[in-house]
Design a protein around this ligand. Structure first.
Ligand code: 5GP
Length: 194
């Protein structure tokens, strides 16, 4: 997605050979026009999938997921990272190792919001080692629901997340695929598409 690739090049910063900072438009300040177009792009890629719900993790997954769910006219559910006082039992939960915080989070989703009839599109901001996406897949499976696919805003293709998801048979659609961050330079797997 050209607009996203340009935002990464012009407004992102490479923190190390493995980590890209995109606080300027996705992880802190949000570029709403870009999010609207990201939502549309996800929908065009999954339009034949009969999705009934979009599932993400708080907090950075919410903005792109909201736009996709709104375009699809389905509810958006976000998994919580910290246990809520108002949701005690009646939850699906899965342990997810956080790539950026380097700690374990127990993600939870109330059983009220996912059920066996759902066909779920999982969306997240980044795909690195695949732990967040696999945790969300685990929650969908606990509900007896099906995974329509995984939509990622920024995939770091040099890490193994995509491979792990595809090995398990899940379709992965990433709007920007980064081949390398070496030397503080962003290289995409695919050329800028006009
Ligand atoms: P994974 O679980 O696939 O290893 O990592 C994905 C999660 O870690 C995403 O939800 C995202 O919040 C965070 N993450 C992984 N790599 C990066 C990165 O390079 N930059 C930012 N900003 N977040 C990342």
């Amino acid at each position: 997605m050209k607009q996203l690739q340009q935002a990464i090049l012009e407004r992102g910063s490479v923190l190390s050979d493995d980590v890209l900072k995109v606080d300027q438009f996705l992880n802190h300040q949000i570029d709403t026009n870009l999010m609207i177009n990201i939502g549309k792009e996800f929908v065009s890629r999954f339009q034949d999938s009969k999705i009934t719900k979009v599932l993400t993790i708080e907090s950075s997954g919410i903005a792109p997921s909201f736009m996709a769910a709104s375009e699809l006219d389905v509810p958006l559910v976000f998994a919580r990272k910290k246990k809520s006082l108002t949701v005690t039992d009646n939850i699906y939960s899965s342990g997810v190792y956080s790539y950026t915080k380097q700690e374990m989070n127990n993600i939870t989703v109330s059983k009220d919001y996912l059920s066996s009839g759902d066909n779920v599109l999982i969306i997240d901001d980044f795909l690195a080692q695949g732990n967040a996406a696999l945790g969300l897949v685990d929650v969908v499976k606990q509900a007896g629901a099906s995974v329509a696919g995984v939509g990622i805003v920024i995939e770091k293709s040099f890490q193994e997340g995509r491979e792990k998801l595809e090995e398990k048979g899940y379709r992965v659609e990433s709007l920007a695929r980064i081949q390398s961050l070496k030397g503080s330079e962003v290289t995409f797997l695919e050329e800028l598409v006009t």
